[in-house]
Design a protein around this ligand. Structure first.
Ligand SMILES: Cc1cc2nc3c(=O)[nH]c(=O)nc-3n(C[C@H](O)[C@H](O)[C@H](O)COP(=O)(O)OP(=O)(O)OC[C@H]3O[C@@H](n4cnc5c(N)ncnc54)[C@H](O)[C@@H]3O)c2cc1C
Length: 504
């Protein structure tokens, strides 16, 4: 069929698809089909409200079998599928591609979509105590997975501020990171096997949960981080760990990011096994949280304007033993005078569970506090931990030299080399206008500096539609061609999330 023929045929094909979906919904117990514009519009708006897109329909299958049927119907009618879990993704991956972007975003990007929501996929939830695994359907939230592990005295260590809403399917599809990567790895490292439905509507993969299995290409690793472009993840078998029985949370005031990096090395040389999170925040990030959430950072007056580190130590064993080990380490550091040389200004050890939570609240509310100040330019960069200070200094100096009065709100998982290097406009200025005028130049500066130190422009949030062109620009052609070859081989009609991640 020529392109013209295809265009004139489209309304008829869409009406046929909608009829077929209605019959599907009638015969699919527990599933839902939404056709009203209000719910479609709400579902097609991303978390950051940056993309307000459209779909022909929203479908919520309850079983893998029902999901396969929808994929087959869409494939038959050549309608694209955007898969959505909790819709907490930050790069526009979980809503259809913005209309009119087709020219920029590669072939088929602005074709009509069905939005397939996986949140009703909840038929599997099973802990294997001997294998230390959790078999789980894609529609469960991350928090539900953590709670199921907890019921058995175990830990599923993935931890994100969005855990009450994001789903296991979304975590896998975006290879989510979070605050415990330092100790347990990101989602990829926590997944032993998974099941998915491919672009042809066939079930692939398995739930065997093998720790050793060298039998061919590992399709699991292709699916993890593929952001809904290669298949629809339906179930997974995830690794569990013994739940720590001791936890110590420490807040440090530090002179600079140089101090934070040097301290990390010191801490890891003695407490490598115990250190599970190491988060850094600049002064401005903490000022904003305190302003918008009525929180108070532990701080001596003389240290105002300092930067901050939140470190969490966990262990199996007694609380007292862990506390003694951590406190002894820091006492030795202070006694040796190394604290001065490094720029460690003050240390606060949380004295209760509620103080643990209060320290973490300061870190976890930064994104929301920044949002309350208006729009900002977000960056999710990473590089070797050792290269972070030079990246930070060079990028910041160039941003400040612009003389725009920008407010850098910098924080993140320093232990993984990953920072959210966000930039707000001057206080009082309309943030929408500021972004329209300066977003591109701010992005260019941050991305250039992170690439100069051998880093990455997306550490954990992924590419989606926000960074699809950027990825193509910065990836070496042989690597990008390999990405395209994989996409074409597995999804030859480009039906799954076209215009996202890899452009054809
Ligand atoms: C407050 C807040 C804090 C956050 N903190 C972090 C953080 O610390 N670390 C981090 O990594 N991320 C973080 N995120 C981003 C986001 O929560 C994660 O990327 C999360 O893994 C997305 O899960 P989801 O179910 O919401 O996926 P969605 O947003 O629905 O989808 C994300 C992508 O995965 C695809 N997808 C979803 N489900 C499936 C499936 N079953 N099969 C195939 N493809 C699928 C979608 O098409 C889309 O491309 C944060 C977000 C918010 C709002």
């Amino acid at each position: 069929m020529s392109h013209m023929d295809e265009q004139t045929q489209q309304p008829k094909l869409h009406a046929e698809l909608l009829n077929a979906l209605q019959s599907w919904a009638e015969g699919s117990t527990g599933s839902e089909l939404w056709l009203d514009e209000e719910r479609i519009a709400h579902s097609c708006t991303d978390w950051r409200k940056r993309y307000r897109t459209h779909a022909l329909a929203v479908v919520l299958p309850k079983t893998t079998q029902q999901l396969r049927e929808v994929v087959k119907l869409c494939a038959h009618h050549k309608v694209a599928i955007c898969t959505q879990g909790g819709n907490t993704g930050l790069v526009g991956g979980a809503v259809p591609t913005a209309p009119g972007a087709g020219g920029l975003r590669g072939e088929n990007a602005d074709r009509p979509h069905v939005l397939l929501v996986t949140r009703k996929l909840r038929d599997t939830l099973e802990v294997d105590l001997s294998n230390l695994t959790l078999s789980i359907s894609a529609g469960y939230t991350l928090q539900e997975a953590q709670e199921e592990a907890e019921k058995h005295g175990l830990l599923f260590p993935l931890s994100l501020a969005s855990e009450g809403t994001c789903t296991i399917g979304g975590n896998l599809a975006s290879n989510a990171g979070g605050v415990a990567v330092l100790r347990y790895g990101n989602t990829r490292e926590l997944c032993l096997s998974l099941e998915y439905v491919n672009a042809q509507g066939q079930i692939c993969g398995d739930l065997r949960g093998l720790r050793k299995n060298n039998t061919g290409y590992d399709l699991r690793h292709l699916m993890i981080g593929s952001e809904g472009t290669l298949g629809l993840i339906t179930r997974a078998c995830l690794k569990l760990y013994p739940a720590p029985t001791a936890k110590v949370v420490v807040w440090m005031n530090v002179k600079s990011i140089h101090t934070a990096v040097a301290l990390l090395g010191r801490i890891q040389s003695r407490l490598y096994n115990e250190l599970s999170s190491y988060e850094w925040m600049n002064a401005h990030a903490i000022d904003l949280v305190c302003k918008h959430f009525q929180l108070k950072a532990p701080m001596d007056i003389k240290d105002s304007g300092c930067e901050h580190v939140l470190a969490e130590f966990t262990a199996l064993g007694s609380q007292q033993a862990l506390e003694e080990k951590v406190v002894e380490f820091f006492e030795e550091l202070f006694a040796s005078g190394v604290d001065d040389a490094l720029g460690l200004l003050a240390l606060f050890v949380a004295q209760s569970l509620s103080e643990n939570d209060a320290f973490w609240a300061l870190r976890e509310n930064i994104s929301e506090a920044q949002a309350k100040e208006g729009l900002n330019v977000k960056h999710d960069i990473a590089c070797a931990v050792s290269a972070l200070p030079s990246f930070h200094d060079a990028a910041l100096a160039e941003l400040q030299a612009l003389d725009l009065g920008v407010r850098p709100v910098l924080f993140g998982h320093l232990g993984d080399g990953n920072l959210h290097f966000n930039v707000s406009g001057p206080a009082g200025e309309d943030s929408k206008n500021f972004l329209a005028a300066h977003q591109d130049s701010l992005n260019e500066i941050v991305h250039r500096h992170i690439m100069l130190v051998g880093g990455t422009v997306s550490a954990e949030h992924g590419i989606g539609q926000l960074k699809a062109e950027l990825l193509q620009e910065i990836t070496a052609p042989p690597n990008y061609q390999a990405f395209q070859a994989i996409k074409r081989a597995l999804d030859p009609d480009n039906l799954l999330n076209p215009g996202k991640l890899i452009l054809l």
